[in-house]
Design a protein around this ligand. Structure first.
Ligand SMILES: *Cc1c(COP(=O)(O)O)cnc(C)c1O
Length: 384
């Protein structure tokens, strides 16, 4: 007997967790287009288009802008390992899971890492950054998370960017949950290295990590004394494939590039400002609904793309999430780290940021928690 595996048919879900977000049919169909060779002239055209679209979405003129193979964490690693060498000094902000991960990746390069910590849910104060540089003036790269998905905190970047540049360091930003969802202007903020992921506010499946490096960052990479620890993520080699030389490095994830092209086209067709405004409006409506139901936000400065709330008193949050999934097909996120079992995280990212999603999750929560008033409060925000 030959083996015949039954086809896998994933259930239909409504993705409102910390990513992935719902993927539009247009993006999914792009994945099913015929695979081209990674040096086919028609594929090279798509790569160029992706670079052009990424520059517009990042709001940058940076020549070295592309998508590295792998998820958001590959983008983090690409930025960190290319900019740091053993013996360098780096600074990093830790106020949640992803700042902690950036610190770990930095330490693995052999750099000495100075961390600023803030309680989970809070943002980093510019004064703390200035203080760190006054104590450690040799810091060459300073990293921070713009949208801390583990706590829902929205980190302001402007003042910190100025302090970092005045100290002569490079400014590195994690924009995994902010790109395409909340205002971000790479050149205006003078960001030197930035990475994101496809499956959060860009509403593409996971698998590529958009990155961009300023000229100062590229100079630093060229001036390295040692080889980049990662062969796969060595930007000087990847640059030759994504640039005009087209030197083979590794086989690009061809169909994922089609999908990213489509999702970036959708961002640009909507317009960045309109997209940011949509995310903000849906967040305000959800927030009004949740607060009307007596639920409380964790961060003072909440992201529009991720809503982290304290689990309601006396409610088993795991059971709540299970009912949302089983009875409504809605996926939301659990709390991480110190918030494990104590928080729920509702994502409103990309295609999952819509009035339909907001009203549906509020309806489901009203029913499961036996509280009312959420939908009415959200409807008021939409009607205003
Ligand atoms: C999701 C996320 C990452 C990691 O991305 P993966 O795609 O899971 O590798 C990094 N930083 C932040 C802020 C994230 O939300």
């Amino acid at each position: 007997m030959s083996f015949i595996a039954p086809r896998f048919a994933p259930p239909e879900r409504i993705l409102m967790g910390p990513g992935p977000s719902d993927v539009p049919k247009r993006v999914l169909s792009a994945l099913a287009a015929p695979t081209l060779g990674h040096l086919d002239p028609e594929y090279l055209k798509i790569m160029d288009e992706v670079r052009d679209f990424l520059r517009q979405v990042f709001r940058t003129e940076n020549e070295l802008t592309m998508a590295v193979s792998g998820t958001g964490s590959a983008g983090m690693e690409a930025c960190v390992v290319n900019l740091l060498e053993p013996g360098d000094e780096a600074g990093v902000c830790v106020n949640g899971v992803f700042g902690g991960r950036m610190k770990d990746v930095m330490e693995r390069t052999g750099a000495t890492v100075r961390a600023i910590e803030a309680p989970w849910g809070e943002t980093i104060e510019p004064a703390a950054v200035a203080d760190l540089f006054s104590k450690h003036p040799k810091i060459k790269v300073f990293g921070i998370v713009h949208a801390e998905t583990s706590t829902g905190a929205h980190q302001p970047l402007e003042e910190i960017s100025k302090i970092v540049h005045d100290a002569g360091a490079l400014f590195l930003v994690d924009a995994v949950t902010s790109l395409g969802g909340v205002p971000l202007d790479v050149d205006a903020l003078k960001i030197d290295a930035i990475y994101s992921g496809t499956q959060k506010c860009l509403s593409c499946p996971p698998g590529l990590a958009p990155v961009s490096f300023s000229n100062a960052a590229v100079e630093r990479i060229s001036a390295r004394k040692t080889k980049v620890q990662s062969w796969y993520l060595d930007m000087s080699m990847l640059k030759s494939y994504w640039g005009q030389e087209r030197v083979y490095h590794h086989t690009a994830p061809i169909n994922m590039t089609y999908a990213l092209r489509e999702s970036l086209a959708m961002v640009l067709e909507e317009g960045l400002e309109a997209r940011w405004a949509r995310h903000q409006q849906n967040h305000l409506a959800l927030r009004a609904g949740l607060e009307a139901m007596g639920l409380k936000y964790i961060p003072k400065n909440s992201l529009a793309t991720l809503n982290a709330i304290h689990a309601p008193d006396g409610v088993d949050e795991a059971a709540l999430r299970k009912r949302l999934l089983n009875e409504y097909g809605i996926e939301i996120g659990a709390g991480l780290g110190p918030f494990k079992g104590k928080a729920i995280r509702i994502g409103l990212m990309g295609a999952s940021s819509s009035k339909r999603h907001v009203m549906l999750v509020l309806t489901a929560l009203e029913e499961i928690l036996g509280v009312s008033g959420g939908n009415a409060a959200a409807a008021k925000v939409f009607a205003a």
